[in-house]
Structures are given as C-alpha cells and as structure tokens.
Design a protein around this ligand. Sequence first.
Ligand SMILES: Cc1ncc(COP(=O)(O)O)c(C=O)c1O
Length: 404
Amino acid sequence: MSSMNVNETSNDDIEQWRREWMLPTDVTFLNHGSFGPSPYQVHRTRKAWMDKLERQPMDFLIRQFEGHLDGSLEQLAKFVGTKSHNLIWVDNATFAMNIVAASVKLEPGDEVLLTDHEYGAVQRIWRHVCDKTGAKLVTAKMPALLDSTDEMIDSLFAGVTEKTKLIVVSHVTSPTAVIFPVQEICRRAKKLGIRVCVDGPHALAMLPVNLSEIGCDYYCVSCHKWLSAPFGTGFLYVHSKWQNELVSPIVSWGKSLGGNPPSWKDEFQWMGTRDPSAFLTVPTAIEFLEEFGLDRFRDHGHALVQFTREELLKLSTNAPLTTDSPTWYSTMVSIPLPDSVQPTSKPGLLHPLQQKLWDDYKIEVLVTTFRDRVYLRVSAYIYNTQEQMEYLVNAVKTCVGAGG
Ligand SMILES: Cc1ncc(COP(=O)(O)O)c(C=O)c1O
C-alpha cells in the first residue's frame, strides 16, 4: 500500500490534537460528515454559558441574551464573509431549508429545480411544498463523471425553463461528497432572474465560505458538522432583498424582549424559551479550528481521503464520480464499491456493509447508494490518521472478498 502524502513532522502534533476529543479509542470514527463531535474546548465553553443561564435566568434571558447572541453572530458573520444582519441562528440546516420553503411564494406551474445529488430530506421538503402549491419539482441529472465545471453547470441549467422560480443546490453534496461550483451557478441564475438556495452544511469549515462572493439568495447551514460546534447549531443567510418576506414556522412574541428596535429577525430570535448556550459557543469552535489552522485541517483531511479513494478504486473498474482534484472533493469523498456490493433492499436500515464494518471492526463510516451503485463515503478530520485509513481499506477489502 502506498504511503500517504502528509507532512511527516505534523503527525506527533496531530496525536496531541486527537486528545481534544472524547471519542472512544477503540472506535475508528470516519463519519464527521454526518455528525461532527466537538472538542473538549467547545464543551467547556458551552458549560460556562449554561452555568451563566442557570445562575440567574431572568438576567441572562431578558437583559443579556440578545447582546450575547448578536456578539456570537458577529464572529460567525466574519467567518463566512457577510454582515451579521443577514444571518439568523437556527437549530440545523433542515430548519433553515424549511424556513426558505415556507417563504418562497410558489404558484401552480412554477418550477423548483434540484440536482440529482441532493440530500434526501431536502428533496422531500421541496416535494412537499410543490405538492401543496401545485408547483413542479424538476431534477436535473448531473454528468456521470464530473470533470468540467462548465459541463456540470450546463447540465443543471438544461433543466431551467421560463417557469423556474428557484434552484436548490448543495455546496458539498451528501451522498456523493462532491463540491458544486455554487458561485458560478448563482452568477448565471442571477442573469435569468432565478433565486438560488444553497444547501451548505458540509461546506462550512470544509471549504472557505464567503457568502458575499457566492452571491446566493439563501444559504442553509449546520454548524455541527465540519465546524465541530455543538449539536443543534445552524444558521440561515438571507439576502437583504428577501429578508422582509421570510416566514417563521414558529409564532411567538415577534419582537425583541430586550427592547431593541424592530428587525426582520424578530420572529426568529425568540421562539419561546430555549437554551442558547450552543449558539453562544460557535465562536469557540471557529477559534479552535483557526488555532489548528484551517488550511492544515483541510490538507490533512484531503490527503487522508485521497489515499483511501486511490486504494479502494483498485477494488473494481467502477469509475469515480469526479476526477482526482480538490476542485471536486475536500475532506470527504464517496468511492464506488464493486458491483458485488448490492444496494440494500430494505430502506430505513443501515446497509449490511456499514453494519458489518461497525460490528466486526468498530469503524463508523457511511455506506450509501447513488444511481443504484453502492459507495463508501469517508470523512477525515483532525483526529483521523493514516493508520485508520489503512485499517478501513483492509477491512473493506476483507468484507468485499478482495483479500486483506
Ligand atoms: C447536504 C445536506 N443537507 C442537509 C442536511 C441536514 O442537516 P441537519 O440534519 O443538520 O439538519 C444534511 C445532513 O447530513 C446534508 O448532508
């Protein structure tokens, strides 16, 4: 097996950083992309905020809450290249996407365009809205091999008609782990007067995200994936053009409880009493990654999944989804498995290979299906090592009967 192209001197140091996570040492956790656990530093900050809330909840929730929430949003806004005025805190990307779906006015005959790489729950949200409004859901099929940005964008825009009202596209796709050229998509959509909603939970931290440069209308995020912020943190970016038409799924006071001037965010800030400690901790997660080094985190993860991709592609002649380039994948990659590994016929259950990798090897990794082919989606984070990737490769080889 060839050796990974990672800076050797950084490995001892990585070992130190690994200790920041409470992951059990006998578990090989290669699915930060589904659920990204937080480092201890983030837990400690959250606990400190919870203590403040518990110590004097009246003071905290009535006098301090809005100022603290705005303060943490300011830091997040800097990290994603926009003004905090354009962002609201939500629990997760699903919540954010539901707000967009409730807010975009669709008439019978209008069209919503998705790619065929979108996350299942996102497809379901838009199917639901289209069924309710009489709009049509159109799915654009992307090229079998993604090696040209222009070709990818042309395939998407082949699905556009004069009825297209909205394009929904992932920044980094879920089943296929592909980076989509969202900035170019937004530029082209803008010329046609079509709004773009970017589904971005994997992109935050995995890629540099600059919302002013991307130029989308909406951007939906979970911070509990690659940013390693506490579970239950996400945000929604809304372009200033659409902020006043945003509809909240929850009706509460609809005004600042601290007496601040009215704002489009009023419906979203106070959704009844909640524990805000997770949102207030997001800046610590940003600082943690910045301390490690964002480029270093991305290079480390990319090198690990690139190695794994190269090794597992040797198991069959099945073609990869993209060319081997950081243009198309970053710290997560989906690798086609041999055809002997069949899609599961029991929806709702884990794929038998995923179950076996857990039962026999204590490996957490995603086995997923795309266009009737089974893929292994591997995520690599700061705490993952070359040895873990070799362990995975050997385990997969054994499981699919290719020796070990
Ligand atoms: C592309 C994509 N969109 C949306 C979601 C939903 O994220 P959450 O469960 O945090 O709301 C996911 C989750 O994996 C995803 O991969």
